[in-house]
Write a protein that binds this ligand. Structure first.
Ligand code: PEP
Ligand code: MN
Length: 334
């Protein structure tokens, strides 16, 4: 059960609602976010929610049977729109293309990417500075100094920055330089990281775990929301399977499923999802066809020289061609 509290609810009123719930055998967690105050009631006896709805201080009450609550569409029917400022919105019914290198490598690369994105009207740039690599001997990113450089150059052109946070200890130092934190597949169930990102007032793009179920992804999102941050994007980035013909299996079933189950925007990452450059554009279009609110793709001026994920990275020409295909697809779908 989700009880939306009035903005001016008093501690006394919250106490009374809690007492009513306790009598019905319900546990209750109080949640305060950027946009609301809630009491989340957990697994009690059958209760007439109209009694709860009539309590002073209650704005609204919904029965939510899903294991995740606040990210469920059972209580919030209207989709969540993530507003990054300067007119950049994700989840407002249009598709948002986000692009950039797997890793930030040097200033020349960032300037070249920013120029390219500006020319195409792409407003969100990805780029990792803390890279989770399977081998500790691989390139692990430029770190915070690289993020400062990336952010300064992107902001000159009003391009929003999304980059991965690997550890809760990095959140604060990254704060001034990011517009959206990315939680990678390997951290999808790092609950201490998710708890801390819930306390930050910046959007979080949460990737599905390498072998994670959709229910696990939604419960991970619930960690962030229930700690106070409602601004979350769910990202399908491919799952591990028995199939070895490509890097991962991009599970596009996830798109309509997540959009039905949750009010949060759904992003598809076809680059990691299939891991093969020549198939990335086709799978981007497939994701849009499935209803994705946005796509996150890897691009590089010279993909074969990229320091990470070269095999799945599009050249500028390929990315430009993809934007033309997206326009054609969108007008056909309209
Ligand atoms: C990335 O976006 O470069 C990345 C490491 O992604 P994932 O966490 O999906 O593997
Ligand atoms: Mn990558």
């Amino acid at each position: 059960m989700i009880i939306t509290l009035q903005a001016d609810v008093t501690d006394g009123q919250v106490g009374e609602i809690r007492a009513l719930l306790r009598d019905g055998g319900w546990g209750a967690a109080e949640v305060r976010t950027q946009s609301g105050k809630y009491l989340v009631g957990i697994s009690g006896k059958e209760i007439d929610i109209r009694h709860v709805g009539r309590m002073p201080g209650v704005r609204d009450v919904h029965r939510v049977s899903d294991v995740y609550k606040l990210v469920s569409r059972q209580w919030k029917v209207k989709p969540t729109v993530i507003d990054l400022g300067d007119g950049v919105k994700i989840g407002d019914g249009n598709h948002t293309l986000m692009a950039g290198p797997c890793s930030i490598e040097d200033e020349q690369q960032v300037r070249s990417t920013v120029e390219f994105l500006s020319r195409l009207g792409i407003r969100v740039m990805r780029g990792g500075v803390f890279k989770p690599r399977s081998s500790p001997y691989s390139f692990r990113g430029l770190g915070l100094e690289g993020l400062k450089m990336f952010s300064a150059i992107a902001r000159e052109r009003e391009i929003k920055v999304i980059t991965e946070v690997l550890d809760a200890s990095q959140i604060e130092s990254m704060y001034d330089y990011v517009d959206m934190y990315q939680v990678g597949a390997r951290n999808s169930q790092n609950f201490t990281l998710l708890d801390q990102l819930g306390k930050v007032d910046k959007p979080v793009l949460l990737k599905r775990g390498i072998s994670g179920t959709l229910e696990e992804l939604l419960q991970s999102a619930e960690y962030i929301f229930s700690n106070g941050n409602e601004r979350i994007l769910l990202c399908e980035r491919g799952i591990r399977s028995f199939e070895k013909s490509y890097r991962n299996v991009l599970d596009l079933n996830a798109v309509p499923y997540l959009k039905e189950k949750s009010h949060l925007p759904v992003i598809v990452d076809p680059s990691h999802g299939i891991g093969v450059r020549r198939f990335v554009s086709a799978m981007t279009l497939a994701g849009i066809g499935a209803g994705a609110d946005g796509s996150l793709i890897e691009i590089h001026e010279r993909p074969e020289e990229a320091k990470s994920d070269a095999a799945q990275t599009l050249s500028y020409d390929e990315a430009e061609e993809l934007t033309r295909s997206i326009e054609r697809l969108e007008s056909a779908l309209r």
